[in-house]
Design a protein around this ligand. Structure first.
Ligand code: PEP
Length: 246
């Protein structure tokens, strides 16, 4: 049985005051019925580590370097994230793919680093509107997952969460219908079955793209949707906790 995960991607939004208030509201809500994770920007990760210590709420970074250490100005290594207690890293978000030219090869390299550190990789995939309208949505998602499907071993998959995030639904207010999302999640699970039935049965596949408290329950009720990766709606405690309660 896969336990639902609701993860908040704060993107490049926060201040110390905002992060403190949001983290303490999430902590106080004491959500029991699903796993909860937050992905604050790098400068607030230590605050998350201190605030969430001894709680079941997990926290992670929104990106990491492909390199281990050294002369990579501006980069943050997996070792550093591990050092401050991060349990998770978001990899291959569509904004990183489109704005920062992150390739599938970089996604694989980052994922392998995260897994080697014993952390969880939340790997994002999803098609653009053009790709969907041209009938290529499944092909694109398959391509984005291909290297992982070929390179990762069965035990490594226990440290991977996939987030299906159609690019046309991210930050647009336009959510995939539960049927559209379920269809893609079932397809992703069929790809995972190519690794093994255990991997297909146990890997969590989150949906992301304009999830709100008002539409989360219907999405999360789908057989192959195991929770959500939440952007805008993760920035207010009431909305984020409303999604967690869904
Ligand atoms: C995201 O950025 O991962 C996301 C899903 O954003 P939003 O919920 O705002 O669409």
């Amino acid at each position: 049985m896969r336990r639902l995960l609701v993860a908040g991607n704060w993107k490049m939004n926060a201040s110390t005051d905002m992060a403190k208030a949001l983290l303490s509201d999430i902590l106080a809500a004491d959500v029991q019925h699903c796993d909860v994770a937050v992905f604050p920007p790098f400068p607030y990760l230590s605050l998350a580590a201190d605030t969430l210590a001894d709680s079941a709420i997990q926290f992670g970074a929104q990106n990491c370097s492909t390199a281990e250490a050294g002369a990579y100005t501006g980069e943050v290594s997996v070792g550093m994230l591990q050092d401050i207690g991060c349990g998770m890293v978001l990899i291959g978000h569509s904004e990183r793919r489109s704005l920062f030219h992150e390739t599938d090869a970089a996604v694989l390299a980052k994922t392998e680093r995260v897994l080697a550190a014993g952390m969880t990789a939340v790997v994002c995939v999803g098609e653009t509107l053009d790709q969907r309208q041209s009938g290529y949505a499944e092909l694109i998602v398959k391509q984005q997952l291909s290297a992982l499907l070929h390179q990762l071993t069965e035990p490594q998959w226990s440290q991977v969460v996939i987030a299906y995030e159609p690019v046309w639904a991210i930050g647009t207010g336009e959510t995939a219908t539960p049927e559209q999302a379920q269809q893609m999640h079932a397809f992703i699970r069929s790809l995972l079955a190519g690794v093994s039935q255990k991997v297909a049965d146990e890997t969590r596949v989150l949906y992301g793209g304009s999830v709100k408290a008002a539409n989360a329950a219907e999405l999360f009720a789908q057989a192959d949707i195991d929770g959500g990766l939440i952007g805008g709606a993760s920035l207010t405690a009431e909305e984020f906790l409303g999604i967690c309660r869904s």
